[in-house]
Ligand binder design. Structure first.
Ligand code: HEC
Ligand code: HEC
Ligand code: HEC
Ligand code: HEC
Ligand code: HEC
Ligand code: HEC
Ligand code: HEC
Ligand code: HEC
Ligand code: HEC
Ligand code: HEC
Ligand code: HEC
Ligand code: HEC
Length: 316
């Protein structure tokens, strides 16, 4: 809104620029405009080459700020209110941070938050609750906002430096809390930040399974892990139809080799055709075969496995 920065901040030039400052000793009746003095400002090379339009807009308002509210008629020295244009002179890093990553706080501006300045003022640091009403949402009722949000780059958050993120995450992702409660696991006992480094799902924003575990076989990737395990309820093991026999065999080697060596027609099926959907589930024989024998016989021996003793080796 009112924040004004000299152009150099935005283009990273090491240059001279003029900043209007109040001329305190100006005689009464003199021209109201402030005198321009020259200020040396060295912009670091990595200063963001930001958003030219915003920069220009701000530059346009630069003319009107800082000037005018100066000398009394008496010519006495008076405290001069700081404007947003002044802040950058001494707090360059913060000004460029806000300019590049301030998001909605750019519009608030420095003096929108910092109403006073030491040593004259003591109301120097605002509370978040001044503007984000704790009654409005569970999120705004949290403690320690600045452990996650630096007000000068409020959405640029590194979760790993925060002691505990879970209560905050659950204010917006309550479904994850419900999932973890329904399926207790070692993961449910961890903080969200043990896996999530930043907000989102792009590469590098969470740790992969293989950072902390070994797969059941050497060629498994994280995509494979997620075919059987959900990260927030890893013990609730469900899967689709695309699980190769090898992956089941990594733990059930004996059954896999029995089936393969049996030579019966079942060896042409994959494990998940008879154990579909959920780990441990067993598809009844009749789902695929109905009752192929004499009805009287099925009545007398309702369990197929009474005679066909091993579905993994029908010859047995
Ligand atoms: C002439 C240089 C100068 C200018 C201009 C300036 N500051 Fe400062 N600022 C300082 C110094 C030096 C300190 C450290 C003062 C102290 O610790 O007592 C400081 C401290 C602060 C603090 C920390 C206060 C605290 O209680 O810890 C804030 C916030 C701040 N400035 C904001 C601003 C804002 C906003 C502006 C523009 C409106 C601004 N400053 C303009 C030099 C400046
Ligand atoms: C949305 C509100 C907000 C805006 C806008 C804002 N600040 Fe701050 N600023 C804060 C808060 C809150 C803190 C205290 C942060 C903390 O305790 O970790 C702070 C801290 C500071 C400090 C002292 C601590 C430090 O990081 O060195 C300075 C100096 C400062 N701000 C300057 C500025 C300047 C200059 C601007 C404009 C370019 C600005 N702030 C814009 C809220 C704001
Ligand atoms: C002077 C008022 C003011 C203060 C103080 C303030 N904010 Fe904000 N903040 C706003 C406004 C206005 C917005 C934009 C509208 C909204 O989201 O409510 C905003 C937006 C945000 C956003 C979202 C940014 C975006 O672009 O979506 C975050 C995060 C945020 N504030 C955190 C904080 C935290 C944390 C503090 C305390 C350190 C704080 N704010 C202090 C006024 C303030
Ligand atoms: C553990 C980290 C954490 C803490 C603590 C935290 N937040 Fe947030 N906050 C987030 C994350 C993550 C987002 C979502 C950011 C995004 O969408 O990129 C967010 C979003 C926001 C937003 C923008 C979305 C909205 O709901 O308007 C505001 C404003 C905000 N937080 C203010 C606060 C305030 C005020 C506090 C303290 C009372 C606070 N936050 C505490 C992590 C945190
Ligand atoms: C203020 C609300 C808020 C907070 C706090 C918050 N999130 Fe989010 N989060 C969102 C929103 C909104 C989205 C976008 C939702 C979407 O795209 O489906 C999102 C998206 C995500 C995504 C990416 C989802 C996707 O499909 O791309 C992950 C991962 C995530 N959040 C994790 C977290 C973690 C971990 C925390 C705590 C450290 C957290 N969030 C805190 C609001 C929040
Ligand atoms: C053991 C590691 C781990 C922990 C702990 C963890 N997550 Fe995740 N989370 C992941 C992984 C991996 C993904 C990506 C899943 C995918 O791509 O299908 C993910 C995805 C997400 C998503 C987006 C996709 C979705 O399922 O909606 C959100 C939101 C999310 N996590 C929130 C949280 C929250 C909140 C917590 C803490 C309560 C948390 N996570 C704890 C590993 C974890
Ligand atoms: C940040 C480290 C970390 C990451 C990343 C992680 N885990 Fe874990 N996981 C653990 C810890 C710690 C345990 C508990 C001790 C153990 O079993 O090794 C655990 C336990 C488990 C368990 C057993 C749960 C129980 O309650 O017995 C499963 C299954 C599991 N992890 C699967 C996964 C999968 C799949 C992924 C990827 C989506 C993953 N883990 C990512 C740390 C992690
Ligand atoms: C074919 C399905 C499947 C795939 C793919 C899979 N898992 Fe598992 N995983 C299981 C089953 C089933 C168990 C439970 C075994 C039990 O009940 O003891 C398990 C258990 C675990 C455990 C608990 C400790 C242990 O070894 O029993 C961890 C950790 C684990 N898996 C990690 C992973 C990781 C990491 C990946 C990817 C590299 C992965 N899993 C891929 C099915 C799978
Ligand atoms: C990480 C090792 C592991 C993997 C991978 C694994 N299992 Fe298991 N499975 C076990 C263990 C251990 C048991 C016995 C304990 C139990 O009942 O959970 C078992 C039990 C079973 C049972 C019998 C359940 C019962 O109630 O008697 C079936 C059926 C089964 N697994 C099928 C599969 C299939 C099909 C796959 C591949 C999709 C698979 N398993 C992958 C470890 C594994
Ligand atoms: C034609 C269907 C079929 C196929 C294919 C099949 N199974 Fe089974 N499996 C069964 C049936 C039926 C049972 C239950 C047998 C019983 O009740 O005695 C069973 C039981 C099991 C059990 C638990 C009892 C035991 O023998 O330890 C495991 C583990 C198992 N199967 C794993 C596998 C694996 C691994 C594969 C793939 C290599 C596989 N099965 C392929 C039908 C099948
Ligand atoms: C997922 C479906 C499925 C399930 C469940 C299933 N089978 Fe089969 N079974 C087949 C298929 C497919 C064949 C091959 C049929 C063909 O080629 O005509 C077969 C063949 C057979 C054969 C003939 C074997 C051969 O080599 O000629 C027998 C006997 C048999 N099944 C018994 C059983 C029994 C007993 C069960 C339960 C323990 C069972 N099946 C469960 C799909 C299944
Ligand atoms: C009392 C013993 C017994 C019971 C119980 C039994 N069978 Fe059989 N079944 C046999 C015998 C013996 C053969 C072999 C006949 C042959 O080789 O000609 C056979 C053959 C089969 C065949 C392959 C030949 C065909 O008809 O296609 C299938 C499939 C089969 N049984 C399925 C089942 C199913 C499904 C059940 C349970 C619903 C079942 N059987 C129950 C004894 C039994």
């Amino acid at each position: 809104m009112k924040r004004v920065l000299p152009t150099l901040v935005f283009f990273g030039l090491v240059t001279m620029t003029t900043v209007p400052v109040p001329a305190a000793d100006e005689a009464a009746g003199a021209a109201p405009a402030a005198e321009a003095v020259t200020v040396q400002a060295a912009a670091p090379a990595e200063a963001p080459a930001a958003d030219q339009e915003t920069a220009n807009n701000r530059e346009a308002t630069d003319q009107s700020s800082g000037a005018g509210e100066t000398a009394e008629d008496s010519g006495d020295l008076q405290p001069v209110p700081l404007t947003d244009a002044d802040c950058v002179k001494c707090h360059f890093d913060i000004a460029s941070d806000l300019d590049a990553h301030g998001e909605a706080h750019q519009e608030v501006g420095c003096t929108g938050c910092h109403e006073e300045h030491p040593p004259a003022g003591t109301d120097t640091i605002p509370s978040c609750s001044n503007c984000h009403d704790p009654g409005e949402s569970d999120h705004f009722a949290l403690q320690g906002c600045t452990s996650c949000h630096n007000p000068h780059h409020p959405l640029n958050i590194t979760f790993t430096t925060v002691a505990e993120t879970k209560p905050a995450c659950l204010t917006c992702h309550p479904d994850k809390g419900e999932e973890m409660a329904a399926h207790p696991s070692a993961h449910a006992d961890q903080d969200c930040n043990s896996c999530h480094n930043q907000h989102g799902l792009g590469q590098g924003q969470y740790q992969t399974c293989l950072d902390c575990h070994e797969g059941h076989s050497p060629d498994m990737t994280i995509d494979d892990c997620l075919k059987c395990h959900k990260p927030h309820s890893p013990t609730d093991i469900t899967y689709g139809e695309d699980i190769p026999v090898d992956y089941c065999a990594s733990c059930h080697e004996d059954i896999s080799s029995t089936l393969a060596e049996s030579g019966s027609k079942h060896s042409e099926l994959s494990c998940v055709e008879c154990h579909d959907g959920r780990h441990g589930k067993i598809t009844p024989c009749v789902d695929c075969h109905d009752q192929p024998h004499d009805p009287y016989m099925h009545e007398k021996f309702p369990e197929c496995v009474t005679c066909h003793r091993d579905p993994h080796n029908l010859a047995r």
